[in-house]
Structure formats: structure tokens, C-alpha cells
Design a protein around this ligand. Structure first.
Ligand SMILES: [Zn+2]
Ligand SMILES: [Zn+2]
Length: 343
């Protein structure tokens, strides 16, 4: 089968690899759509995210959906022929964290497109059938693939423990930030700020539920949020940016005893945090690691029509053009939000 492999920074090549054979508990999926994620971009340009380093050619991609073509002997046979969104990370299901409700931090997680595990920029993938979620017929494959970033947004918002009527700010209005805006609105946020360095993303924020969207390259993030809230700050700040600067801004823009949810991935090992501000305000800092039990509810939200993922998928490319798609997203060209690789 065809696959696109990363060989080095900005070097992706279409190659032939062996088509997978499903194990007894697995489903064989013919991949229809794979989204390009911000985390993929770190691998694409640097070959690493923090300590996770690519050491040999790797198939990237983890936001995917497709048709189940076959299942192994122990997997649910009713999945065959269905379009499924796939929760990409397959935990060990045996360790302490898997047994105590935190399978998303399983140290033995097999995550496609994260070294050393091949991902979904290819024609077929075999995956634990339990992590395949059939989607309604009306849902396109590109929309179904968006379930992955939507699940991140749902987890981000639930980690904040938002109360109806609270105020919030989102730093970074890429797909994760825009989905977080939609979910936060549904959760009852009364006033939502949103910032980005790209003007078209600021405009997209206003369309997806942000009440006060502004460009962080021309407006001071902290000053703007503080002055618009009479010096109080917002109840919650969601850091959804690919930045080493935003964690600090989040601590300064949140109210005393507020919550900061850190979902964006700067890609570095260490980012600066204003510990004395955080201590004096007695802040709660909560990191978000992908999602945990969020797929069924995210799918229900998407199927209900209450969130819009379709308008976030701005570009579509063929598998062989995956490198072009990565370059487009990396350079914020052509007002891109989400690029999907469709087959
Ligand atoms: Zn992703
Ligand atoms: Zn585990």
C-alpha cells in the first residue's frame, strides 16, 4: 500500500509499505481522511516534540477516519462496512494509570504518528476495534477525523470545571482554540476572549463563539484582558497556542484563584512560568494530555450539530501531496485552519 513517510525535516516521501493484517482484536481500516495537527508540525520540521524523537523514517498522522474493511476473530463483526472515527492512542489497559481512569497518560501508549509508531498518512491501518467509533452516515470522513481535535477541546473544557456564567480567554485560535471556543460557549461561558497572532484566525475566532477576539501582535494580551474586566482577569485561561510565551500570559491574565488549562504544545522541554505570580494568586495550573473517555461525548456533540467542524477544514490534499499540506499549515498560508489529506 501507499504511505507517506517522514525522512527528515521537511522531507516527506511517498513509499510502498506492507498492508497491515488485523490481529484478532483489531479492525482493518481503509483510511479516508487524515487531518494535519499542530503536533505533527513539530515532527515535520524538527523531528521531535520534547524528548519524543524520530530516529528512523516514520509515517505521521493521528487524526483519522475511514471505512472498516475487515475485523479480526475477536473484534465486533458489526463494524465491517462502517465509517469510523478512531481514537488514536491505544493504551496498554493493564497499568496503574489505565486502571485508575487516566489511560491517556499510560506510559505504554501506542500512539500513531508518534515515534516509534507509524501513523495514518497511508491507505490502511489496523487498530484495536474498541477504539473505533462508528459515525452517522451523514458525517463526512473529514468531519469524522475532526473528532480527534474536538475530543481535545472537550477534555480541555472539562478539565477547567467551567461553571455557567464564568468568563474565559483562549490564547491561540487554531483548530484546537476554535473548537475550545465552541465547547466553552456550550458549557455556559458568558464572556470569551480570544487571541492569535494571525489576523485571519482572530476573525475566525469571532465566527466560532469568541466575544472579544483580538490580535496579540498589536494588543497586549494581559493588559487588554485586565482592562476589559476592570482589572479582575478572567476565571479561566485556556492556552491553546504553539508557543513558549503563552503559559506566562495565561497566569497573568487569569483572576486570583483562577484556573489555567495548558493544552497547546510549545515543542520545547521547558517553558518559563511566572511562579511568583502563580503563587501569589494561588492559581491552579492544569495540563491537558489529549483526551480521556471523551470520544463518545464528542461524537454526540458533533452528531447533534451543536459544534461546527466542517468550516474549520479549509484545505484538502491527496495523500501524495501531504508535504505540501504540512508546509501550508506550518506557514499559515492561504488562511488555513485545518488541512486534511483525503483519499
Ligand atoms: Zn491532533
Ligand atoms: Zn497503561
Amino acid at each position: 500500500m501507499k504511505a507517506v513517510k517522514w525522512f527528515g525535516p521537511h522531507d516527506m516521501r511517498t513509499v510502498d509499505v506492507e498492508k497491515p493484517v488485523p490481529k484478532p482484536h483489531e479492525a482493518l481500516i481503509r483510511i479516508e481522511s487524515t487531518g494535519v495537527c499542530g503536533s505533527d508540525l513539530h515532527y515535520y520540521s524538527d523531528g521531535r516534540i520534547g524528548q519524543a524523537t524520530i530516529t528512523e523514517p516514520l509515517i505521521l498522522g493521528h487524526e483519522y477516519a475511514g471505512l472498516v474493511e475487515a475485523v479480526g476473530a475477536e473484534a465486533d463483526p458489526s463494524l465491517v462496512g462502517k465509517r469510523v472515527a478512531v481514537e488514536p492512542g491505544i493504551p496498554c489497559l493493564h497499568c496503574e494509570w489505565c486502571h485508575t481512569g487516566h489511560y491517556n497518560v499510560c506510559p505504554d501508549m501506542v500512539f500513531p504518528g508518534g515515534p516509534p509508531h507509524d501513523g495514518a498518512l497511508c491507505e490502511y491501518i489496523a487498530v484495536h476495534a474498541r477504539f473505533c467509533f462508528p459515525v452517522p452516515d451523514s458525517m463526512s470522513a473529514a468531519e469524522a477525523a475532526m473528532l480527534e481535535p474536538l475530543a481535545v477541546a472537550v477534555h480541555t473544557v472539562e478539565l477547567a470545571g467551567l461553571k455557567p456564567g464564568e468568563s474565559a480567554a483562549i490564547l491561540g485560535l487554531g483548530p484546537i482554540g476554535l473548537l475550545t471556543a465552541q465547547v466553552a460557549k456550550l458549557a455556559g461561558v458568558s464572556l470569551l476572549f480570544g487571541t492569535d497572532l494571525e489576523q485571519y484566525r482572530v476573525a475566525a475566532g469571532a465566527k466560532h463563539g469568541v466575544d472579544k477576539a483580538f490580535n496579540a501582535s498589536s494588543h497586549d494580551t494581559v493588559e487588554t484582558i485586565l482592562s476589559e474586566t476592570n482589572g479582575r482577569g478572567v476565571d479561566v485561561v485556556f492556552d491553546c497556542a504553539r508557543s513558549s510565551v503563552t503559559p506566562s500570559l495565561a497566569c497573568r491574565a487569569v483572576r486570583p484563584a483562577g484556573r489555567v488549562i495548558l493544552t497547546g504544545i510549545s515543542g520545547t522541554e521547558e517553558d518559563p512560568l511566572p511562579v511568583s505570580v502563580a503563587r501569589r494568586k494561588e492559581l491552579t495550573l492544569q495540563w491537558c494530555r489529549r483526551f480521556c473517555f471523551d470520544y463518545p461525548r464528542s461524537l454526540a456533540l458533533l452528531a447533534s450539530g451543536r459544534v461546527d467542524v466542517a468550516s474549520l477544514v479549509t484545505h484538502s490534499y491527496a495523500l501524495e501531496q501531504a508535504g505540501e499540506a504540512f508546509d501550508l499549515v506550518l506557514n499559515f498560508r492561504d488562511n488555513v485552519l485545518k488541512a486534511s489529506i483525503d483519499q
